[in-house]
Structure formats: C-alpha cells, structure tokens
Write a protein that binds this ligand. Structure first.
Ligand code: HEM
Length: 492
C-alpha cells in the first residue's frame, strides 16, 4: 500500500445530491442529455466536475464498486487522460451489460460482441492494434473508394425529387452498406437485408433502457430477444469467418486482412472470438459515427446558404459532376473545412470514456481506482480562447487556426486515436460531394434535439425535402426549435 492511500471517495467538486434517489437521477439525466447536464456542471464548478459530490454514480463501468463519475474538458485534461493509457483504461462498448457475460451459455457472446479494441488495454491493446493497423493503411483504405462511390450512387438513385426523407435514416442505410461491404466483403443489402437487420437489432439494443432495466431471459422480454438475436448473429458471423478461412483468399475486405494478420514477434493470429469482437466494434464504431456526421453537416449547410453555395462552387469546379478520385479528394479544401467545423460544433462522438486502473490524480484531484472519467470532446472543441464565437458554424476559421490534437480531437488523441479516421473522412467527403452536386436538401421547419452519450444524434431524425440541385440555398433556412439551438447559433 502506498504511503498515501487515496480514499475511495471522490473529492472533485460537484452537486450535492439526495442520498435516496439523487445518484440514480443524476445518472439518468446524464444518459438522457449528457451535453445539457455537463454544460451546467462545467459552468458552475469548472472544467473538472463530479457527477455527484463524493461520487457514488456509475454510468458505464462494468466493474464492481465504481467510486463515481468524473467529467472534464480542455486541452490539459485531454492530454492527461489520452497520453496515460495504462492508467486510463477503456472498457467494452457494451458497458453495464458486459457484466452478464458469464451468466449462462446464452450470454457468452457478451464476452466478445462490442469488446474488440475497446476491451483490451496495455500490452494487449498495443498488440491487437498492430494486428488491425494494416487494414487501415492508406493504400488499403484508398482501395475502398470504388465501393464507396458505387454504393453511394445506388442509394442516391433511390431518392425522388420532391420527397421528404429522414436524412439520418438515409445516411445510416448508406453507411451501413459501406461498412458491411468493406468489413465483410459483401453488400448484404442485396441478400434481403436479413444480416443487416440482425446487426441493427443486436448493436442497436445493447444499451436500450428496456434491455438494461429488465435483463430477464424470459420469452417476451427485450433482453430475451437480444440474446436470441445475438446467438443468430454469432452463428452467421462465424460461418462467414469459416468460409473466408477455408478459401484463404484476400478479397480486399477488412475481415480477409484480419484473418491473415500475424504478430511479427510471437506469430500469434486472431482467434474467431477475437475476430467477432473486432468486427463488431469496427462496425458499431464505424457506421453510426459517419452517418451522424453526414447528417449534422447537411443540417448545418442547410442553415448556412453562403457556405453551401461556396462549397458547391468548389465541388463543381474540381469534380465537374463526377465522383471524386483519390487525388481530387485532396483538392477540396472547403469540403475539408466544412467537415472539420461540423465535427467541432456538433461533435459526433462527444465523450471519451475511461476507467482508472489504479489510484491517480487528474488536474490535481485524487481519483481512486475504478473511477469513471468522461472527457468531453464537445466542450474541448469549443473553448473560446481558440475558437472565437464557438457556437457559430464558420468553416473559414480553419484558414487561420491550427489547434493541437489536444485542442481539437473529434477522433480523440493518443494511442487510442480513432483507427478509422482516414476511412471516415474519405467516406464522408465522397458522400457529401456526390450528394451535393446532384441534390439540394431543404430543411423543413422542425424540432431538432441533439442527444446521446455515445453518439450525438438527432433524437427524432431530421426531415429534409429532396430538390434537384438548383442553388436555391436560401430555401429552408430557419424554423428550427429544440435543444440544438443551445449548441449552435442559428437564424430564427
Ligand atoms: C466520423 C466518424 C468517426 C468519428 C467521429 C470517430 C471517433 C472516434 C473516437 C473519438 C474514438 C476514441 C474513443 C475513446 O477513446 O473513447 C474512436 C475510436 C475508435 N474508432 Fe472511430 N470514429 C469515426 C469513424 C470510425 C470508423 C469509420 C471506424 C472503423 C471502420 C472507427 C473505428 C474505431 C475504433 C476501432 C476505435 C477504437 C480505437 C482504440 O481503442 O484503439 N471509427 N473513434
């Protein structure tokens, strides 16, 4: 035991909550609208706060005896947390439900689904990351360009001029098709959608309140359905892995690459369980993030007609209506700035979640082992000293500023920086360029609530009318209500 034993009580400032239901209420409020609650707490207590004074809350750590939840933002906090990866551990993306993994034979898939890179730390993380890296090397990613273009084209064909679409749903379908094609090598939408439906059912329900609140394996309960779906997905994914192992052919997809991956020193390769874990995480981390980034960017463009007009000028002058080549993707500086600014204002992944693996200190405060730490990407990316008028969407600001990785980090920082960042940027650029040259999406007056603990998402989608690209960008500006107005300056 060290000379100075840190008490298991959290001493970070925070609100006093009632001992009866206060902690659970705080957790529910944070899960319900993490940005609203944390903004209030940061305003009141500073850049490092406890969700409840003295601790006692547990939002996502699957480990027993979580002492509490600490939130922080700003470059110094980001640096402290993301550069000390042996102290600030990650947990499986499945959060609380991971505790159920040894309950019965039916809960065994919890051991690997949504575990992947998020479920390993220290040397094990370094080894797995090295095995995965070749699948995300530049050349490998660039080879996905044709598939991204083909799938985007086929989804754009389906849009009808005049129809109203939920653009989030559209983007989810599109990015899901790209994810399954590039991960598994097959466009599952052509197989009657049963596989993609299964993926949706499983990965969409891990954190649903109905599953977490009533985790009973009894017919009729959502948890029971989740276990059924997980068993089916498990079997189907194992069959795909088995087929690929048998043929031994590298089809250019991520799975082929991972099957062949071998640790240079130990010669170790990935087991089927590990492959299932990695594929699930890549799928979950990779498609909803891009779908929401695309949705928020189209939303912001619809409310900033001059930016939309300048962007279309750039796209037309470089691409002349054709899908971008790899070289052309480097020649679209405004497109890059629009995406960067969109991810700054409405950060698709607002939090980096960690659990301390030992007693430590953060910004001078003692943190006991097991403390959950959430670092806010959202608040870090709107510090006024770096971003003047932080609530305004100004892509041109990127001509003047060059923040460090700790000051601007939509893809996080340090050794756990997003492995799919280049993939995502390429995908988002291709989809936006192809869509905007063909259609103008007109926002309908509506309430837009941006919520989410893992992905910042428009709670009820975003309805837009599909118009041919007529440059009438002033149509559809205004008429927005909802909590998004507290996040970004919009016209009345
Ligand atoms: C706009 C799209 C995306 C955003 C904003 C994003 C953001 C992030 C962030 C912030 C993290 C760090 C999370 C943390 O440490 O708590 C992360 C990690 C990760 N991302 Fe992404 N991501 C995106 C797209 C993708 C794509 C397309 C893939 C894969 C195809 C991917 C795969 C991963 C993986 C595997 C990790 C874990 C890395 C590790 O722990 O070593 N992401 N991402």
């Amino acid at each position: 035991m060290s000379a100075k034993t840190i008490e298991r009580k959290i001493t970070v400032p925070g609100p006093r909550v009632s001992p009866l239901f206060g902690h659970i209420t705080q957790v529910l409020n944070f899960v319900g609208d993490s940005i609203k609650l944390s903004s209030q707490l940061f305003d009141k207590y500073g850049s490092v706060v406890s969700l409840a004074l003295g601790g006692g809350t547990n939002v996502y750590s699957p480990y027993p005896n979580c002492p509490g939840t600490v939130l922080g933002y700003g470059a110094d906090i980001v640096r402290e947390v993301t550069s000390q990866h042996d102290i600030y551990h990650k947990c499986p993306l499945s959060g609380h439900i991971y505790r159920k993994r040894n309950d019965s034979a039916r809960t065994q898939p919890f051991r690997h689904f949504l575990v992947g890179l998020f479920g390993v730390n220290g040397a094990e993380h370094r080894q797995h990351r090295q095995l995965l890296m070749p699948a995300f090397h530049r050349q490998r990613i660039e080879a996905y360009r044709d598939e991204m273009v083909e799938i985007t084209q086929s989804e754009l064909e389906k849009l009808q001029v005049g129809e109203v679409v939920d653009i989030l749903e559209f983007m989810r379908r599109l990015t899901m098709r790209i994810a399954t094609k590039t991960l598994f090598g097959r466009d599952f939408s052509k197989d009657g959608d049963s596989f993609t439906n299964l993926l949706k059912e499983v990965f969409g329900n891990f954190a649903s309140p109905a599953v977490l609140g009533l985790p009973y394996d009894i017919p009729g309960f959502p948890y029971h359905n989740l276990l059924n779906n997980m068993a089916e997905l498990d079997a189907r994914m194992r069959a795909i892995i088995g087929q690929k192992r048998e043929t031994g052919i590298d089809n250019g997809d991520v799975l082929s690459m991972l099957i062949q991956a071998r640790d240079a020193e130990s010669g170790i390769t990935l087991t089927d369980d590990e492959l299932l874990g990695h594929l699930g995480v890549l799928y979950a981390a990779g498609h909803d993030t891009s779908a929401n980034t695309l949705t928020w960017t189209l939303f912001l463009l619809s409310q900033h007609p001059q930016v939309a007009a300048d962007l279309l000028d750039e796209l037309d002058s470089v691409l002349h209506g054709e899908a971008p080549t790899i070289e052309q993707l480097q020649q679209l500086p405004l497109l890059e700035r629009v995406i960067k600014e969109s991810m700054r204002v409405l950060s698709p992944l607002p939090w980096n979640g960690r659990v301390t693996s030992q007693d430590t200190t953060l910004s001078g405060y003692d943190l006991p082992k097991g403390t959950e730490v959430f670092v806010s990407i959202y608040h870090t990316n709107r510090v006024p000293e770096i971003y003047s008028e932080p609530k305004r969407f100004i892509p041109q600001r990127w001509e003047q500023i060059q923040p460090s990785i700790y000051e601007y980090n939509p893809f996080s920082a340090g050794s756990r920086v997003c492995i799919g960042a280049s993939f995502a940027m390429m995908e988002i650029k291709i989809i936006l360029a192809m869509l905007l040259m063909r259609y103008r999406l007109e926002l309908l007056p509506q309430k837009v609530d941006a919520k989410g603990l893992i992905v910042l998402c428009a709670e009820n989608g975003i309805s837009m009318r599909v118009c041919k690209q007529d440059r009438e960008f002033y149509r559809g500006v205004g008429g927005i209500s909802g909590n998004v107005r507290a996040m970004v300056d919009l016209v009345e």
